[in-house]
Write a protein that binds this ligand. Structure first.
Ligand code: ADP
Length: 464
């Protein structure tokens, strides 16, 4: 099969969250299964690439033979951030990503090679399924091509005022229920869902959730109509990249046979976050985009009670201004126990995963979550709410030593979070149990190979 990934962020070129991890690693697993993959993404500032079509497209590589095509446009993509800063998305986001979709389609036609599957990701590529279907009405090039859209985060839908319609470049007659309109506005994710042959999301649990009003963010009815064409496939993790034994970003390295080095890394973590090192107390890490989804509000509500306990918490994240200010304010109050670093920094994130005892993920919703898988690989035990991919991957310790790999919050509440963190602390002080848990955590794997096979089955189903 010839499969094209189109996405707004892809590791190692640009990343704000799990979308980039998926779009940079799933193609490698698909390639290992013998398929031809190409990737298309915008060329943001700082991405080194070779000229391909001067001024329009440049290229780089991924894995053994995956070509990555970068859509160029200085005005739209040569900016300090991928989507926008702490104050929110750039005001011309519709134009930026409509342009990207049009250019991706143009590039595929220029390349002249037939395409079996175009795999789109999130609202930034929501216009592309519509463009492909419209093109296929007039031209044979895409007539056999099938379009798959993966929903990594349904809360972000690419919603814009009706007045921006002309900037979509799709002519007249599409601002309606059968086109891009949703509740009187342009909704690019809705258009993507409507025009795709298959919609997937990143865990089976989340696929069940998004057809309900609680998690569907208004799109539940449309998703219910997709019925057999809505599938949940759990994300995998790249265990070559996330390996404490070889990770160049932590020193010393450690393995699942001998992880004493975690103690040294814990001290390094305290020092990086300017926290004192006192007594034998657990450290809870938090690595996250700072937004409503990630449960920062709940953390804030529980904060005063948490700070009465013999624990330390480190938080690393960037995101909305409101949340950045909240965590900075909290950090000033208890400088011995809570520290926050507002920055996107790969090395520091690896240190938090390796040096913490527990990882906090009190998410309001979590389509898959990679952070809990990473934490487990580094022998750090997740504490998480029972939603989406977290519910699919974290088994509560009450299930027994061989099954349990984390702590599942009994409810999404302050008491639920406090109770879970108290359980964690209790566990931390029972050294034999904690050691067995760390060993078990590090042995767990959610590899891409299994999920990639599932994607191939779905692509084949589409092409029948
Ligand atoms: P989401 O995609 O919702 O942000 P995931 O858990 O699926 O959440 O993936 C988050 C990814 O982004 C992980 O690889 C995590 O390590 C990384 N990440 C999040 N915040 C930061 C940060 N401030 N610095 C470095 N990496 C980060």
């Amino acid at each position: 099969m010839r499969i094209v990934f189109v996405a707004s962020e892809v590791v190692p070129f640009a990343k704000t969250g799990g979308l980039a991890d998926v779009c940079g690693t799933l193609p490698l697993a698909l390639e290992r299964l013998g398929h031809e993959i190409i990737v298309i993404m915008p060329r943001y500032s700082g991405i080194a690439a070779e000229k391909f079509i001067p001024g329009r497209v440049s290229t780089s590589g991924l894995g053994q033979g995956i070509k990555v095509y970068f859509i160029e446009n200085k005005k739209f993509f040569d900016r300090p951030h991928i989507y926008g800063g702490a104050e929110g998305d750039y005001p011309d986001s519709l134009e930026r990503f409509s342009f990207f979709c049009h250019e991706a389609l143009r590039l595929l036609k220029d390349l002249k090679e037939p395409v079996d599957i175009i795999h789109c990701h999130d609202w930034q590529t929501g216009l592309l399924p519509l463009l492909v279907k419209k093109d296929a009405e007039a031209d044979s090039f895409f007539q056999k091509t099938r379009v798959v859209l993966t929903l990594h985060n349904l809360a972000y839908q690419g919603v814009f005022p009706k007045g921006q319609y002309s900037k979509l470049g799709i002519g007249t007659g599409m601002f309606n229920e059968e086109g891009v309109e949703f509740h009187g506005k342009i909704n690019l994710l809705k258009a993507g869902i409507l025009f795709s042959d298959l919609v997937t999301t990143v865990s089976p649990g989340h696929a069940r959730e998004i057809v309900t009003s609680e998690f569907g963010y208004g799109l539940e009815e449309l998703l219910r109509q997709k019925k057999g064409c809505l599938v949940g496939i759990l994300n995998g993790l790249d265990y070559d990249q996330w390996n404490p034994q070889t990770d160049p970003l932590i020193q010393p390295n450690y393995s699942d046979k001998d992880w004493l080095a975690k103690k040294i890394l814990k001290k390094k973590l305290q020092s990086a976050f300017k926290l004192p090192s006192f007594g034998d107390i657990p450290i809870f890490g938090f690595v996250s985009r700072l937004c409503y989804q990630k449960g920062i509000d709940l953390f804030e509500s529980a904060f005063e009670s948490l700070m009465e306990r013999p624990i330390q918490v480190v938080l690393q994240g960037v995101g909305e201004d409101k949340y950045q200010k909240i965590v900075q304010r909290l950090a000033k109050k208890y400088p011995q126990k809570f520290s926050a670093l507002i920055k996107y920094d790969e090395s520091l994130a690896h240190l938090v995963f390796a040096g913490s005892d527990f990882l906090l993920m009190p998410s309001v919703y979590e389509p898959c979550g990679l952070t809990q898988m990473i934490a487990l690989r580094y022998g750090t035990v997740p504490i998480a709410s029972y939603v989406g991919g977290l519910a699919d991957t974290i088994v509560d310790l009450s299930e027994g030593a061989l099954k349990g790999n984390g702590i599942v919050m009994p409810s999404y509440s302050v008491s639920g979070l406090l109770e879970s963190m108290d359980r964690a602390t209790g566990f931390f002080h029972q050294k034999d149990k904690m050691n067995a848990l760390v060993t078990h955590a590090m042995s767990l794997r959610w590899t891409w190979d299994i999920s990639a096979k599932r994607y191939i089955e779905c692509y084949e189903e589409c092409l029948k």
